[in-house]
Design a protein around this ligand. Structure first.
Ligand code: ADP
Ligand code: MG
Length: 264
């Protein structure tokens, strides 16, 4: 029997108690990737998980995303103990409560942006008509400003646009939590800011976001920073004055305008 939850407040989305992950593969020495991590994340937070390569960020995210099981400790998602769920229940949780965004976008290359966004709906509900599927996917693309590109295939889109399709796909089931592992890792600075602007907008509208990044600049757009080292939480603190991505993008375009004026 899992221990009773330690009186979890109702607005807590994630509660981890002494979460552990040991990778044991064959004869090799075991890797203790995550060590006794305890953590609470409340609804509406925007959290960056930072730390050097190999510090356990992805391992922690994969456990939070129910993609991988902990070796020890406990995890409650929306008050539900995840450790006691079977494989089918875990995939239901993944599909209905979590949205995933990855560094490599992970879009299907032979289908349109719209069809990529429809996919999670096909898995989660079998009651939607063709038109409802289409409309909901289009609405999700609208939220990331890409409805005009709905018919494009990934190869016809820029990296930033592909990541926006991936964000729309993550949003289409109205998840309680958005998980992003190095979402700007493959993008240039300007495009990274565009992605952060979308995340900040979603967060302002109430979306809880947990994002892994090793870039301190990008973490400045979040509202809380957790730094990991050797599988443990080294630091966990609010960002005193989070930067505004929309403002940063406006400033970005200004020097070019000044250049144009100077040249005139
Ligand atoms: P980060 O995302 O911070 O770079 P990871 O969570 O990917 O770190 O990795 C943490 C540690 O766990 C590293 O030492 C890594 O080599 C190890 N590790 C990650 N995944 C596996 C795996 N599937 N099998 C064995 N070791 C792994
Ligand atoms: Mg990683």
């Amino acid at each position: 029997m899992p221990a009773a939850p330690p009186a979890i407040p109702h607005d807590t989305v994630i509660r981890l108690e002494n979460l552990d992950k040991v990778y044991q593969s064959g004869e090799e020495v075991a890797v203790h990737a995550v060590r006794t991590v305890s953590l609470s994340i409340r609804k509406g937070e925007f959290v960056a998980i930072m730390g050097a390569s190999g510090s356990g960020k992805s391992t922690l995210m994969n456990m939070i995303g129910c993609l991988d099981r902990p070796s020890g400790g406990q995890y409650w998602l929306d008050g539900e103990s995840v450790g006691s769920l079977n494989k089918n229940e875990l995939s239901r949780v993944r599909n209905q409560r979590l949205g995933f965004v990855f560094q490599g976008f992970n879009l299907l290359s032979r289908t349109s942006a719209l069809e990529n966004v429809e996919l999670p709906l096909l898995y989660s509900t079998h009651t939607l008509s063709r038109k409802q599927l289409h409309d909901q996917a289009l609405q999700a693309l609208e939220r990331v400003g890409l409805s005009a590109r709905a018919g494009h295939h990934p190869s016809q889109l820029s990296g930033g646009q592909q990541q926006r399709v991936a964000i729309a796909r993550a949003l289409v089931n109205h998840p309680a939590l958005l998980l992003a592992d190095e979402p700007t890792g493959n993008l240039d600075t300007h495009t990274s800011l565009e992605i952060m602007q979308i995340f900040q907008e979603l967060n302002r509208k109430g979306m809880t976001i947990l994002m892994v990044t090793h870039e301190p600049d990008i973490a400045q757009y979040c509202r809380r920073q957790i730094v990991m080292r050797d599988g443990r939480i080294l630091r966990d603190e609010p960002v005193a004055a989070p930067l505004d991505a929309a403002e940063a993008l406006r400033r970005w375009s200004r020097p070019h305008e000044e250049d144009a004026e100077a040249g005139a």
